[in-house]
Ligand binder design. Structure first.
Ligand code: PLP
Length: 417
């Protein structure tokens, strides 16, 4: 038995190979890969038996509080290729007032991913994807994005010295477009949706050979997002919650966490208990909800996709069957919420708990209330919502009352509300 303890230097990963998520066909690790021959996502596989023997979970105790503390379960081989902007362990923040009001005896925890570099959890996926791109000698990469993924790719690519090209719908929030440009990428505005942008990235890939970093096209963004699941388990003393509500776009997060839980059980760090995984989408773009309700494995493209929660405006997901598999295997469900419910939920949590969510996560809170009302979630459930991005990245309603210096202020009227 080899005892491997990370001291900040090199630490061999336990990655062994890549595997087609549809057919199980094997591909070598440490080579540049995109989709499998069957046109489906590849998943990284590890020597979990070896890992179980080599690494007791208590070995984590002395490691730095970053996602790199799980390096044995991540694919990067050489420390010099780790591209990092300080990926902190994100806090779990209880919504105590709201739980007291709606669900006495239960618990609502928000995992606040807005604290990560570039202000969103896309940093997890892109930290891994760009580190692996560096390890495998990539010099240029491109992606379609609704904003946050592009910002994360731009930032990590600049740090790695890799050229970045980002394609977004032309109605992407301005702050996202500008942060992408500020962080050194070429950014293009397309008069279409994210999958239209994806077609341009694929065309450019054929023409100029950049690496296509679209959602699930390479195996490594999932590995980064997987750390959400490991981190959550560790923070909760290796006891998973009853329910996870996840605002689902391309599904990297839900697929990644589901993969993490399987790996953690296999290495003996958690027991069998799994959370029910709940896919949350907006009524204006709910392909996964429709597929789940119909009981089918694949979701056709959603027409006229619209919602102001930009991160979940994804009309079609290449990993649809993996998302639906996680929902079904976990005994979870898929649920859609209206734009009004999202907007109301956004204000409610910010005003009552002082936590400015992103609208996508506001959708999960709206879904929580809906599911509590229809009995699919119980008041005594321990529920986790992922706050995927800082609320500050989104356009907010105008606010503020004007005061003119020198004119009388009616202080009683001013403090009456
Ligand atoms: C990307 C994104 C999502 C969707 O996450 P997936 O893992 O791709 O399904 C949700 N919310 C925000 C803010 C995002 O940036």
């Amino acid at each position: 038995m080899t005892e491997r303890v990370w001291t900040g230097g090199d630490l061999p990963t336990f990655v062994t190979h890549l595997e087609c998520s549809l057919t199980g066909e094997r591909y070598p690790a440490d080579t540049l890969q995109n989709l499998s021959k069957a046109g489906r996502p590849l998943l990284a596989r590890y020597d979990l038996d070896g890992l179980r023997r080599a690494l007791p979970r208590k070995a984590l105790a002395t490691r730095p509080q970053t996602l790199w503390r799980y390096r044995e379960l991540l694919p990067v081989r050489r420390t010099e290729n780790v591209i990092s902007l300080g990926e902190v362990v994100t806090p779990l923040i209880p919504l105590r007032r709201i739980a007291n009001r709606l669900a006495k005896g239960g618990e609502i925890l928000v995992k606040d991913e807005g604290r990560l570099p570039t202000g969103s959890f896309k940093a997890r996926g892109l930290a891994l994807a760009v580190s692996m791109a560096k390890e495998l000698g990539v010099s240029a990469m491109a992606m379609p994005t609704n904003g946050n993924a592009g910002a994360a790719m731009a930032a990590y690519c600049s740090r790695a010295g890799i050229k970045a090209y980002v394609f977004c719908p032309d109605d992407t929030p301005a702050v996202n477009i500008r942060e992408i440009a500020m962080q050194g990428a070429e950014v293009f505005l397309v008069d279409g949706l994210i999958d239209d942008c994806g077609k341009l990235v694929a065309e450019g890939e054929r023409e100029v050979g950049w690496f296509n970093c679209s959602t699930l096209r390479g195996p490594y963004r999932i590995e980064g997002k997987k750390t959400m699941g490991i981190e959550l388990a560790e923070q909760l003393g290796w006891q998973l919650p009853d329910v996870i509500l996840y605002p689902t776009g391309g599904g990297t997060g839900i697929i990644g966490m589901w993969k993490a839980f399987a790996e953690l059980e296999e290495i003996g760090w958690i027991e069998r208990k799994r959370p029910r995984m709940v896919v949350v989408q907006a009524e204006g773009c709910a392909p996964m909800v429709k597929a789940w309700e119909k009981g089918v494995e694949h979701a056709p493209r959603w027409k006229n996709a619209h919602t102001f929660a930009a991160g979940i405006r994804v009309p079609q997901a290449i990993g649809d069957f993996l998302i639906l598999r996680a929902v079904r295997e976990s005994g979870g469900f898929a649920i859609a919420v209206t734009e009004d419910a999202i907007a109301a939920a956004w204000r409610e949590v910010a005003a009552e708990e002082g936590l400015l969510l992103c609208p996508e996560t506001a959708a999960t809170y709206a879904a929580y209330k809906q599911a509590l009302a229809d009995g699919r979630i119980r008041t005594d459930d321990r529920v986790v919502l992922f706050n995927c991005a800082s609320g500050l990245k989104y356009p907010m309603a105008e606010a503020g009352r004007r005061l003119t210096l020198g004119s009388a202020v009616d202080w009683r009227e001013l403090t009456r509300a």
